[in-house]
Structures are given as C-alpha cells and as structure tokens.
Design a protein around this ligand. Structure first.
Ligand code: ADP
Ligand code: MG
Length: 309
C-alpha cells in the first residue's frame, strides 16, 4: 500500500500547486491587454466558456502578435515561426487559429521563385546577376536592347517565341546576361533552365548508364525558357548533335518555346564546327541544327572588353 499512498500524497500536493498555478495563470490571462480587448468585443462569452478555453487564451497571450517589430523569420519568437495567433468566436465558443504573417508570406514567395531557376554547373555570381547591374556601354548596346525587347514582350503578356543567340569574344558578359534574364523572368513566374554545354554533354553521356536520358531531355524540352551556355565549346559528337540537341530544339521550335544561347562563334562559324565530327563532314545535319537555332532565337553580337581578371 505504501507506494500508492505516497503517490497519492504527491499527487495531492502537486494538485494544490496546480490549483495555485491555475489561478495565477487565469489572473495573468485576464489582465492581458489583448485578451481584455478580445473579451470586451465579445461580452456574450460566459465565465464557464472562458474557463474552459483558458489554455487557448493563455497560448494566445504567449504568442507574439507584434510583427511590426519583426526583423526576419529566423528571429520569430512564436511556436510556429512566421505564424501569428488569431482568436475568434464561433457558435458561442472560443477558437484559436494561426495565420501566416507577412514575413512568412514573403519568405515563401522568394523560396518558390528561387525554384524557378534550375541550373547545371553555373557559377553563383551568374545566378545572382540582375538586369539593373548591367552597365550599358555602346559595344553591348544591341544585346541589351534585344534583352529589353524580350522582357518587354513578357511584361506585355506576349509569349516571345524567340530567345537570343549571344555571340562574341570571351569575357564580355554573355553568360552574365543569361543569369540576369533568368532572374528577371522569375518575377513573371517563368521558369528557366541554364546549362553549361560541355557539362551538358557529359551529363547526358553519364546518364546513359542509368536510363535517365529521356527524363532529363524532357526537362530541357519543356522548361519555359531554356538557356544553353557556351554552345560550340562542347565535344562534338554526331550522336549528341542529332539525337539530343536536335530533338530538344525540334520540340521547342514546334511548341514555340524560346531558347537562349551564348557562344564564342557566330552561327556561320558554329555551322562549320557542328559539321565536323569524328564521322566526317556532315553539312546537311549541321545545317539542320543551325536552322532550328534560328527558329528559336535571334542572333546578336556582343562586343566589349574582357571583364574577367
Ligand atoms: P562571357 O560569358 O561573355 O565569357 P561572363 O558573362 O562570364 O562572360 O562575364 C565575365 C565576367 O564579368 C564574370 O565574372 C561576370 O560576372 C562579369 N560581368 C559580366 N557582366 C557584368 C556586369 N554587367 N556587371 C558586373 N559583372 C559583370
Ligand atoms: Mg560565358
């Protein structure tokens, strides 16, 4: 019997303390200015209802509603970061719910937008490029003009069927332009996929082993805006040119989906390059690719000084 008695005694003791704590909590809750205001707006609430819902009122009291002082989501003191409590009365009872705060909404929006850019092997500085950071010098004028025209069309709700084929010397900012466009498109909920061509070839070749080629190619076919960086710098293979690049471009041409390119070569030079593979000279097949590139993009020369130090 002893253990039971001592347990009982202990329980009664804590129960006493519980009662004490409960009364203290109740006083604190009813003295809270927000709760006072809530109760004054709902004079119909009985003492019994208030007692029954004391835990909810207490929870409400402990959670911050002072979101105006909020610095960032990480420093939110609430149980669920970024959610603020709301009390309401429904059918004579008190209900507590949580609503996303402004900071949380903005955070979720930016997370979602971040996902709009998918990239493979692109440097961070390119992924952070913005249109407003681009300095307008004369040599890059035509490229900037073409970019602005494209973005204006998007803004006006006209889906542009052609992207831009930026070509010119090394280091003038061609890849940077791709990043800036991709970032500007996020605001319109348009997804882009950026890929560095030499890695693209490697990636596709390595996925031959695990049968994921089709899945990857489908992503490139279907993304809103495809961006192929440094075309012409990849290893030339007839298979890649015809089966992979050719089929992606064919699909996008038919579906009128824009493609952006950067290259050190003009389209004429690229045609020569694409026609020379290990299998010999194949002018017709190379010509077919160039034709498709012209259908999905507009060729623009970018000049300037080498910004790479
Ligand atoms: P390209 O692709 O033409 O070879 P990049 O786009 O890689 O050249 O640019 C070369 C370097 O110059 C990169 O380090 C890039 O971040 C920088 N850069 C290019 N354009 C700008 C710009 N408008 N503002 C700041 N940095 C730039
Ligand atoms: Mg580049």
């Amino acid at each position: 019997m002893k253990p039971v008695q001592s347990t009982l005694k202990k329980w009664m003791k804590t129960n006493d303390r519980f009662k004490e704590n409960y009364e203290k909590m109740k006083r604190e809750v009813l003295n809270d200015s927000d709760i006072k205001q809530f109760l004054s707006l709902h004079p119909q609430l009985t003492e019994r209802t208030i007692d029954k819902n004391l835990m909810k009122l207490y929870e409400y009291k402990t959670q911050s509603k002072q979101c105006t002082k909020c610095k960032n989501l990480g420093s939110c003191p609430n149980m669920l970061k970024g959610y603020s409590p709301i009390l309401h009365v429904h059918q004579g009872d008190i209900h507590l719910s949580y609503e996303k705060c402004h900071t949380r909404r903005m955070y979720e929006k930016s997370q979602k937008q971040q996902k709009l850019i998918q990239s493979v092997y692109m440097p961070k500085e390119i992924l952070q490029a913005t249109i407003s950071d681009i300095d307008t010098d004369q040599q890059r004028g035509p490229a900037i003009k073409a970019m602005n025209t494209f973005l204006q069309q998007v803004k006006d709700g006209i889906p542009p069927k052609k992207g831009i084929y930026f070509f010119g010397p090394f280091g003038v900012g061609k890849t940077y332009f791709l990043g800036a466009i991709a970032n500007a498109l996020k605001a319109f909920n348009i997804s882009s996929m950026l890929i560095y061509m030499p890695e693209f070839v490697r990636e596709i070749k390595s996925s031959l082993r695990d049968d994921s080629v089709d899945e990857k190619i489908n992503l490139f076919k279907r993304t809103d805006v495809l961006m192929l960086d440094d075309i012409g710098a990849e290893m030339q293979s007839a298979w890649f040119r015809d089966e992979i690049l050719g089929s992606i471009l064919q699909y996008r041409m038919m579906e009128r989906l824009p493609v952006f390119f950067t290259s050190n070569y003009s389209l004429d030079q690229l045609e020569n390059l694409l026609s020379t593979t290990r299998d010999g000279i194949e002018r017709v097949k190379a010509g077919r690719i160039i034709e498709r590139i012209k259908q999905v993009s507009q060729e623009v020369f970018v000049d300037g000084y080498n910004r790479r130090k």
